[in-house]
Design a protein around this ligand. Structure first.
Ligand code: OVM
Length: 400
């Protein structure tokens, strides 16, 4: 599995990027990774790592050299059996990827999003009204998770009952991109009935005829994909569309609770909601890391990488690279250059990013119209996770 280190002076790092210490507070480790060089060997997991913004972009934008078809987690699908049938989007390469991406991308068109906006807005205002009137609530369970479960679940067109299972499912999907540690074992122990429910929810007969899920089956009607492939593409909605936005919205509230002047800026100018969300994505990226696999011998800086090697891309580290973002550890919603890699980049860049932005914007605006300040009360619990960054629970008191 591990390659001989051919080049002289290859930086070797023995940080374990899946330890509790790392995932609970990755930022000091990120700095060490970035400072080690444009690429380094991670002896703890036997992979390469890139953590500077420029190289993360470079790898994401070269899918011919750095493929996804061997999996985007630590496991190399050519050697290890994946825990579920691989995603037709996340874990494929062109030309299959290109075809499937076009289908899902059409379902998420600007026109489709526009037609959902009002419903999302009504729900954001309704939910935030109810929570804020209580004075204190769990910003994760009751808002950041509840909102996408409701609006995105409705938009895709799955049944209302049992949706919270999607959180358990995504917990497994993303943890499985790391090593087979405790977290994966725990997620795996409860995922099987959930995975069955998810797969049933992806079938044509289970979907609301007016939803995004059914739009994928229209591609099956047109003969572009078969019935099974259509269900698999719907599975991507349900895998990637809830927990990601839930963590992003939770992280947004966390950032603003800790940066009251930034909240004040936003309250005075609600048009800052979108740039503010970009800053949240940069500063506390919900999707911290993923892998690519080299298809051929290649080079980063003056380091040679063999073919069939896993490369860890630390999106979280790239998003705090001081070469790209001056004073990167400052949360600043007025940054002049907000470009980040929190949604990835290149052909696999998040296809739902406009949906995510719309959800976050509406929640942030609903809060900004009602809340003067947040206080995180006792009992916030960070969720230690192989890949995702966010909270299990985030109790807040709001001042109106
Ligand atoms: C998928 C999928 C699952 C997890 C994440 C993701 C970030 C996609 O099943 O296609 O994109």
């Amino acid at each position: 599995m591990t390659q001989a280190l051919h080049s002289p002076n290859v930086p070797v790092i023995d940080i374990d990027p899946f330890s509790d210490d790392y995932v609970l507070n990755p930022y000091p480790f990120h700095r060490q990774l970035r400072e080690a060089g444009p690429v380094a060997w991670m002896s703890s997991i036997g992979t390469w790592v890139v953590s500077r913004f420029a190289q993360v972009r470079q790898v994401l934008e070269d899918p011919e050299t750095y493929c996804s078809g061997a999996g985007v987690g630590l496991a190399n699908f050519k050697k290890e059996k994946p825990w579920r049938p691989p995603s037709l989007l996340l874990e494929t390469d062109p030309p299959q990827h290109t075809r499937n991406r076009a289908i899902i991308s059409r379902a998420l068109s600007p026109a489709a999003l526009r037609s959902l906006r009002e419903k999302f807005e009504v729900e954001a205002n309704r939910l935030v009204d109810e929570l804020v009137s209580r004075g204190s609530f769990d910003a994760v369970r009751e808002l950041a998770e509840a909102f996408p479960l409701k609006v995105f679940g409705d938009a895709v067109g799955i049944v209302p009952d049992g949706r919270e299972r999607l959180l358990l499912y995504a917990d497994m999907v993303f943890n499985a991109m790391g090593p087979q540690n405790e977290r994966v074992a725990r997620a795996m122990s409860r995922v099987q009935p959930v995975a069955e429910w998810v797969w049933e929810s992806c079938q044509r007969k289970a979907l609301d005829p007016a939803g995004l899920g059914m739009k994928i089956f229209e591609a099956a009607d047109a003969g572009t994909v078969n019935e099974h492939e259509a269900a698999m593409i719907v599975r991507s909605f349900l895998s990637a569309g809830i927990d990601t936005t839930a963590n992003a919205i939770g992280n947004a509230i966390y950032c603003f609770a800790n940066n009251p002047q930034q909240w004040e800026l936003l309250r005075n100018d609600p048009n800052l909601a979108r740039p503010a969300f970009e800053e949240v994505m940069r500063f506390e990226s919900p999707f911290q890391a993923l892998f690519r696999t080299t298809t051929r011998k290649t080079q980063i800086g003056d380091v040679e990488l063999d073919a069939d090697q896993k490369v860890l891309l630390s999106l979280g580290a790239a998003n705090r690279d001081p070469q790209q973002f001056p004073d990167p550890d400052r949360f600043d919603i007025t940054r002049p250059n907000p470009g980040h890699v929190g949604f990835g980049a290149g052909i696999h860049g998040c296809v739902g990013q406009m949906m995510a932005r719309m959800e976050a914007e509406l929640v942030i605006k609903a809060l900004a119209a009602r809340v003067k300040s947040f206080e995180i009360t006792d009992g916030a619990i960070r969720r230690p996770h192989n890949i995702l960054r966010g909270f299990e629970t985030l109790p807040v008191r709001v001042h109106t």
